[in-house]
Ligand binder design. Structure first.
Ligand SMILES: Nc1ncnc2c1ncn2[C@@H]1O[C@H](COP(=O)(O)OP(=O)(O)OP(=O)(O)O)[C@@H](O)[C@H]1O
Ligand SMILES: [Mg+2]
Length: 466
């Protein structure tokens, strides 16, 4: 109590009253009108982990308590009656009051600290702690999401084709311009986009992915450029940051860029050229530092010809173009890729790991893989699901492969002389392959083959495939 003697009398009186609270009162601090510490109570000092009083008096309060709001109290003259402050992982209730002289001028401020054992505050603190926990969990999930999942070594393959591809990827990663990844579906474009980011100088920045095809056209602009606060843009558009802004300092991955509507293409081009954009409903521009990596499985040149894709945008992003070869052009890698994929396929609890026989791998290399690595993964998953042990053998693979592949592996059918028969056979094979590549989805297979759904169904019936 002797340590209160140097304090203004009212403060000392209040402190004496708080002292009677016992353990839940954790001390106090006072500052002058410049927010420099004039006094600190031993309990509070210990709570802050400061071993002695030496040198504390006269310091700017933020140097001792980085998040202190006492400066705000002296500057505004307004108290902060109740607030929560965290030390280590415990929360404390703090109360901050301005100190005035007889004339009413601000002389400084005092802060009191209590621990949560004050019963009536427990529910508030509990709620606060739950919210804090939820927030940090959400933030962690978001950070994980924005971190890249794959490095270049996740792209498995040792063939000459893949070695060359990786050399190009490494080289392009270090240049900071936009890049365009081209390749059939399931070839690993997204994986490579992650890898480029990770190999680049932006690796510590965010990696933000947008699938252009998956977002309704009407929402795309808001998704990309954000919505300004106060913008009247309809009920479904609350102010928020766009992906461009979220990717600041990092990489923005635009998947399926071939599906981007023309109006947005123009805005994207401007954002790329100027490094700035306007959020929806705003009339000020925002500057961002973002590297674009785009990907598509569509033939962009053809889209340029029929005017559904801007040539100027294409040239802007295609400076660093990466062609990912289809799996059928790197069949030598199938064994390695299959083994890597099997590592990621869940196995029964009592099992150490999947094994695949050389004959099974051999069988896998006899198929043309229209759905590429993604299809390979599906086939392996199917085989694993049927496997009675950890061994994936020829028999299981043959069962897991789509019918077309089984036929292809079977003795070749006698070649018909008749043209109609040959055409029919070719058509049937194409349909089976498309179905396999699209995992059995008929409408997707029809789209892949460029026929209408009804045509596709009719052909299914004709070939007795329905
Ligand atoms: N070389 C590879 N080694 C290991 N896994 C791969 C390889 N290539 C692709 N994969 C895996 O195959 C799946 C499909 O890859 P990804 O999503 O990158 O393909 P994509 O080209 O983006 O396909 P789409 O055009 O359909 O979006 C993913 O699970 C990916 O991890
Ligand atoms: Mg993809």
């Amino acid at each position: 109590m002797s340590q209160h003697r140097s304090l203004p009398k009212p403060v000392a009186t209040v402190l004496n009253a708080f002292d009677s609270l016992g353990d839940s009162f954790k001390g106090a601090i006072t500052v002058d009108a410049e927010a420099r510490i004039t006094w600190i109570d031993d309990r509070y000092r210990e709570l802050l982990g400061i071993p002695s009083q030496a040198g504390l008096i006269g310091q700017r309060v933020e140097e001792v308590i980085p998040h202190s709001l006492l400066r705000r109290v002296v500057e505004t003259g307004r108290p902060i009656l109740i607030d929560i402050m965290a030390f280590d992982d415990k929360q404390f209730v703090v109360c901050r009051l301005p100190l005035r002289n007889e004339e009413g001028e601000i002389q400084g401020a005092v802060g009191f600290v209590f621990y949560e054992e004050i019963d009536y505050l427990a529910p508030i603190l509990e709620k606060f702690e739950t919210m804090q926990r939820q927030l940090s969990r959400a933030q962690a999930a978001l950070n994980r999401e924005r971190q890249t999942k794959y490095s270049l070594s996740s792209f498995v393959g040792a063939s000459e084709t893949v070695r060359e591809l990786k050399t190009v990827v490494r080289r392009y990663a270090l240049r900071d311009g936009a890049a365009l990844i081209l390749g059939e579906t399931g070839t690993g474009k997204e994986l490579l986009a992650h890898a480029i980011h990770q190999q680049s100088d932006r690796a510590d920045g965010p990696f933000v992915a947008v699938n252009v095809a998956a977002i309704p056209e009407a929402l795309l602009e808001a998704e990309f450029f954000g919505v300004a606060p106060g913008a009247f843009t309809g009920a479904d558009r609350k102010p928020r940051k766009g992906k461009f802004e979220l990717a600041h300092g990092g990489t923005l991955f635009l998947d399926e860029i071939g599906d981007m509507p023309a109006a947005l293409q123009a805005k994207l081009l401007r954002a790329l050229q100027e490094g700035e954009f306007e959020p929806l409903g705003s009339n000020t521009v925002k500057k961002v530092d973002v590297r674009i990596i785009a990907a598509t499985s569509q033939p962009l040149e053809q889209k340029i010809e029929d005017k559904s894709f801007r040539a100027d945008l294409y040239y802007r992003i295609a400076v660093l173009a990466i062609h990912v070869p289809p799996l059928r052009e790197r069949l030598d890698d199938i064994g390695l890729i299959a083994e890597a994929l099997l590592e990621t396929i869940p196995r029964p609890r009592d099992q150490r790991g999947w094994l695949i026989t050389p004959e099974a791998i051999d069988q896998l290399t006899r198929y043309s893989w229209p759905g590429n690595v993604r299809e390979l993964r599906n086939v392996l998953e199917r085989a694993a699901a049927m496997a009675p042990s950890e061994m994936i053998d020829l028999d299981l693979i043959a069962k897991a492969l789509p019918p077309a592949a089984r036929e292809a592996a079977a003795p070749a059918p006698p070649i018909a002389d008749n043209l109609a028969e040959r055409l029919a056979f070719a058509e049937r094979t194409a349909m089976l392959e498309a179905l396999a590549a699209e995992d059995g989805s008929k409408s997707a297979a029809a789209r892949r083959l460029g026929v209408s759904r009804s045509q596709f169904y009719e052909k299914l019936k004709r070939h007795r495939l329905d």
